[in-house]
Ligand binder design. Structure first.
Ligand code: HEC
Ligand code: HEC
Ligand code: HEC
Ligand code: HEC
Length: 413
């Protein structure tokens, strides 16, 4: 009887723990001064799974950059106008591998097989924008992607629709009800029929206001007692929803970026928070500059219930990891996707079209974050400039090392 009771108790305990989602043991890494609560919880088993799911894709052998330019051989080369035929072909082969669906791994996923210059397939048109976008990210958003950069595979991972995209959420239908108003939150399932962010009751579409629009994210007042901060608890819930999305996307706790005694203070935040600040602007920029303008190009079956295109959030690239592929860089092996190469010696052979496109982007993209910084920091005016979080108790590298799966104590798996 006693044994039976113990067994029952054990089963009940297991049941309760299973309800928590992640069973112990969980590793805890201290990432700041002791006593400050700056630590990361890591589940070694989940880490193994993530490692398996975040392997870089197939890469073609480097191509010969010499020889005639693709734009001089082919008829309709508008973006990759600086590449040699060899490099151009390498990109085409890689795009097929990275983006075309498993059952259509061939050039005709984008091309009219009779005429490769034909633009009629929507996939061709989208791919051309995506080429511009990828080069734009690698050239003008180094504040976020550094030299690690991105390729098509960072988002696509071998298929046409990235695993993590978002659509505007139509809500539960009770947004303006007299009683029981849901206001885009307080629901287990969103209007799109998916589970809410972090299974919370927080607003479930923080993407539309923050990663498409530029609604203010900072809500805290600068003083303990109210001195004119008009932000409401409801507004704070929207901020928290975005923050939970960011934590989930990167597989980290809030303390990866914040010292929780002072959420808003840049001086007490980690360098990662500054990178994240640029990431928010980047995701917003990419959605507005590349995805939204493609709305009429995509067929209806690729759009959300509101007729909007699939868009990018933090998870599209990060896929549960603090850096895509745990920081491994595919883009370094692809100078073709880095941006327009320096002009050829012969000025008459200048890649006119490509250069103009990149020039525009260079003028618009990086200037925006810098200029917007002081204004966006309104409630606690601290500019997230690169050197500001210097006073933080740890360096970025310590945290990265701490989270690298090879450092995880495998004995406890
Ligand atoms: C994901 C879509 C996609 C796939 C798959 C793809 N291409 Fe392309 N291809 C494009 C785009 C977009 C352009 C235009 C590039 C530019 O404007 O710089 C292009 C241009 C070309 C051109 C230039 C044609 C001309 O006359 O203008 C050739 C040749 C070409 N691709 C060959 C291939 C081959 C061979 C494959 C298969 C190994 C392939 N492509 C797979 C999207 C694709
Ligand atoms: C930052 C993330 C990101 C990167 C990088 C990226 N894409 Fe995309 N791509 C998307 C999103 C989001 C969509 C919209 C998904 C959909 O089709 O509904 C998309 C859609 C597409 C589609 C249409 C697929 C279909 O069948 O509807 C093609 C083709 C494509 N991308 C090609 C590329 C190529 C080629 C590259 C690299 C040069 C690339 N993408 C890089 C995010 C990305
Ligand atoms: C990857 C880094 C990162 C993570 C993880 C993160 N945050 Fe943030 N947080 C930021 C950034 C960046 C801002 C400022 C955003 C802006 O101004 O655009 C911010 C702003 C905030 C604010 C508003 C501060 C103010 O001045 O009003 C709060 C509150 C907050 N975060 C809470 C959280 C909570 C709670 C979590 C965990 C669920 C979390 N954050 C996780 C980066 C992060
Ligand atoms: C276009 C792809 C892409 C998108 C979208 C993206 N990131 Fe990143 N992010 C990267 C890459 C690549 C790196 C690695 C840079 C490096 O090597 O330091 C990175 C690095 C980071 C880091 C630094 C991690 C560390 O340990 O140093 C943070 C924090 C981060 N991203 C947060 C975010 C947040 C928050 C969002 C959404 C608002 C976001 N990212 C969206 C590609 C992306």
């Amino acid at each position: 009887m006693k044994i039976y009771m113990r067994l029952m108790a054990a089963i009940a305990t297991l049941g309760i723990l299973a309800g928590c989602g992640e069973r112990p043991p969980i590793e805890t890494k201290q990432i700041g001064y002791r006593g400050t609560g700056m630590e990361q919880n890591i589940n070694p088993r989940r880490q193994e799974m993530l490692k398996a799911m975040n392997q870089p894709g197939a890469m073609e052998a480097p191509a010969d950059p010499s020889g005639p330019l693709a734009k001089d051989i082919y008829q309709n080369v508008q973006v990759l106008s600086d590449l040699s035929v060899g490099e151009f072909t390498r990109v085409m082969l890689s795009m097929t591998e990275w983006v075309a669906p498993a059952d259509q791994k061939n050039c005709t996923y984008c091309h009219n097989g009779e005429n490769y210059a034909d633009e009629s397939k929507y996939t061709y048109q989208v791919a051309r924008s995506m080429l511009k976008m990828t080069r734009d990210i690698n050239t003008n958003w180094k504040s976020h992607v550094k030299d690690t950069g991105v390729t098509c595979h960072t988002c696509h991972r071998g298929g046409p629709v990235p695993s993590y995209v978002w659509y505007a959420d139509p809500g539960s239908g009770r947004e303006n009800a007299f009683v029981g108003t849901r206001a885009g939150q307080n629901s287990a399932i969103t209007g799109l029929g998916v589970t809410t962010i972090g299974h919370s009751s927080l607003p479930y579409d923080p993407y539309s206001p923050f990663l498409l629009g530029d609604l203010n994210i900072r809500v805290e007042g600068p003083t303990a007692l109210p001195t004119g901060n008009r932000n409401s608890t409801k507004q704070a819930e929207w901020t928290y929803s975005l923050m939970v999305h960011m934590s989930n996307s990167l597989g980290v706790n809030c303390t990866y970026c914040h010292n929780t005694r002072a959420w808003s203070d840049w001086q007490q935040s980690t360098p990662q928070r500054t990178v994240a600040w640029h990431g928010i602007r980047m995701a917003r920029g990419l959605n507005n500059k590349y995805l939204v303008p493609l709305t009429d190009v995509f067929p209806a079956n690729r759009k959300g219930p509101q007729g909007d295109v699939a868009k990018i959030n933090c998870q599209t690239c990060h896929q549960g990891v603090y850096k895509p592929y745990f920081g491994e860089s595919m883009a370094k092996a692809y100078p073709e996707l880095q941006g327009v190469k320096s002009a050829p010696v012969d000025p008459s052979a200048m890649p006119v079209e490509g250069a103009a496109a990149a020039g525009d982007a260079a003028a618009a993209a990086p200037a925006a974050p810098a200029a917007a910084a002081p204004a966006a920091g309104a409630p606690v005016a601290k500019v997230p400039a690169k050197d500001v979080p210097k006073a933080t108790p740890r360096s970025g590298n310590t945290a990265i090392a701490a989270l690298t799966p090879t450092n995880v104590d495998r004995g406890r798996l």
